[in-house]
Design a protein around this ligand. Structure first.
Ligand code: ZN
Length: 63
């Protein structure tokens, strides 16, 4: 299984071949950061800040 390094926690992360596709998103099993595959060989991951998920909405609900 290919391995990549999580850019957030710097730990090695197993990435299955079906997930190792540029643009695919996955969660780091160590720090649960949302990561996107930006390079396939070797696999390189980048942290993603999902625009669809609004932290502001979440905070407003708690008020
Ligand atoms: Zn991580």
């Amino acid at each position: 299984m290919p391995r990549a390094v999580c850019p957030v926690c710097r730990k090695k992360t197993d990435v299955s071949l079906s997930e190792a596709v540029i643009g695919n998103r996955l969660h780091c099993p160590h720090c649960h950061a949302l990561l996107e595959v930006v390079e396939e060989d070797p696999i390189e991951l980048m942290e993603v800040f999902d625009d669809d998920f609004s932290w502001e909405d979440e905070l407003e609900e708690e008020r």
